[in-house]
Design a protein around this ligand. Structure first.
Ligand SMILES: *Cc1c(COP(=O)(O)O)cnc(C)c1O
Length: 403
């Protein structure tokens, strides 16, 4: 067993991997195999019966993927991690693994677009209902809990409005009612926020984002208590089968080694860019947990190590100005996803949240002039220069129209 440190940075590099068990290979081998050879028939029988540990078939367990699962469990402060083919495979496995027809899910108002789509699907096809509520205080949550509410599902910060949910407060209410709390921790990564340590029960991630960090993997992971994760592994992971491939696990292990240094830089760059955006005359407002005027600035300080690398902004004008600004960018790329080395910008109303009905979108605060920025690792001076020239070009065009 590899050494566990009290420091996140060390664990991000070492936990789950023991080189002496792999011929001294510094980098973990990619076990690119579908199946595993049993030394004899009786061993096969024992492994199938669950009476002997060991590998059987890569949909059930693969050594490279197991290293990733163990490392993530450690970084989130949980007992067991499960890896999936995508963030949505992780979200759907956890929900389908824990819920049954007739149940009800209580959700934060504002969830990832495809999670919203999944909730709708479960309501229409499986009679698993949901309500989306702001979760601003204990009374509001208690009032929204129905007799059949069997799960609470939260994002914090909420994509793309950056609203925060007080995770300790929600888990306190949920514990009294014995309802598990699931948190999508994609926007923070475990380096910035550790929901399990605040009393939540399961963390899910789109590993595609900060965990990977290089824009070259689609993957997901869930972490929680051993018995609960085992239940999900034996049903939603094994039988629905949205598992992670060994190569993806290897790329993620590589990415996670630098998670702390990358996150520090994402956060530092975002803080600088946020200050500059906020005082720019073409910007109506920004939504950034590190902005002292942000409504939940204090809550952010309590539950996040730093404010993160995501900034949403309202540009003066409407959809046209938002799209003009995006089109004028040269360094910043127009793309969904986040957490990559490259700075990315997207228009939630027509991109990530286009599937959400307009009425719901308005309620979530996703206006036509809202843009979401994933601040990358470039020099902040270059990121700002590009944003500023793009804003400038929109503003000049408008002035010409006015004249
Ligand atoms: C991207 C994302 C997902 C979905 O993850 P995929 O890896 O794209 O399937 C879920 N939740 C959040 C918050 C995300 O940003």
């Amino acid at each position: 067993m590899s050494m566990k440190s009290k420091y996140f940075e060390t664990n991000a590099i070492h936990v789950g991997y023991e080189d002496s068990q792999h011929g001294g290979s510094l980098s973990p081998p990619i076990y690119q195999t579908s199946t595993f050879v049993f030394p004899d028939a009786e061993t096969g029988e024992r492994r199938f019966a669950g009476n002997e540990a060991g590998y059987v078939y890569s949909r059930l367990k693969n050594p490279t993927v197991v290293i990733f699962e163990e490392r993530m469990a450690e970084l989130e402060g949980g007992e067991k991690g499960l890896a999936f083919a995508s963030g949505m495979a992780a979200v759907s496995a956890v929900l389908l693994g824990l819920l049954k027809t007739g149940d009800h899910i209580l959700c934060s108002e504002g969830v990832y677009g495809c999670t919203f789509g999944l909730l709708q699907y479960m309501e229409d096809h499986l009679q698993i209902g949901h309500s989306l509520i702001p979760m601003e205080n204990e009374a509001a949550i208690e009032a929204a809990i129905l007799p059949n509410t069997s799960l609470i599902y939260i994002e914090s910060p909420i994509n793309p409005t950056m609203k925060l949910v007080d995770l300790e407060m929600v888990s306190r209410v949920a514990r009294e009612k014995n309802i598990p709390v699931i948190v999508d921790n994609t926007f923070c990564s475990p380096y910035l926020q550790q929901p399990l340590k605040m009393g939540c029960d399961i963390v899910v991630h789109s590993a595609t984002k900060y965990l990977c960090g290089h824009g070259d993997v689609i993957g997901g992971v869930a972490v929680g208590r051993e018995d609960v994760m085992q239940q999900i592994a034996m049903t939603a992971q094994k039988d629905i089968g949205g598992i992670m491939s060994p190569f993806e696990a290897w790329l993620l292990l590589r990415g996670i080694k630098t998670l702390p240094v990358r996150m520090d830089r994402h956060c530092d760059n975002a803080e600088r860019i946020a200050v500059l955006l906020k005082r720019h005359p073409c910007i109506e407002s920004i939504f950034f947990p590190g902005d002292p005027d942000f409504a939940q600035y204090e809550a952010g300080k309590r539950q996040m190590k730093k404010a993160g690398g995501m900034i949403s902004l309202l540009i003066k004008g409407g959809k046209q100005e938002a799209q003009q600004m995006m089109n004028a960018l040269k360094l910043v790329k127009i793309a969904v996803s986040l957490g990559d080395a490259e700075t990315l910008i997207q228009h939630p109303a027509t991109m990530t949240h286009a599937v959400v009905p307009e009425q719901e979108r308005e309620k979530m605060g996703i206006k036509q002039n809202l843009l979401r920025l994933s601040v990358g690792l470039e020099a902040w001076q270059d990121i700002w220069a590009d944003l500023e020239q793009a804003l400038q070009s929109v503003y000049q065009k408008e002035n010409q129209v006015v004249r």
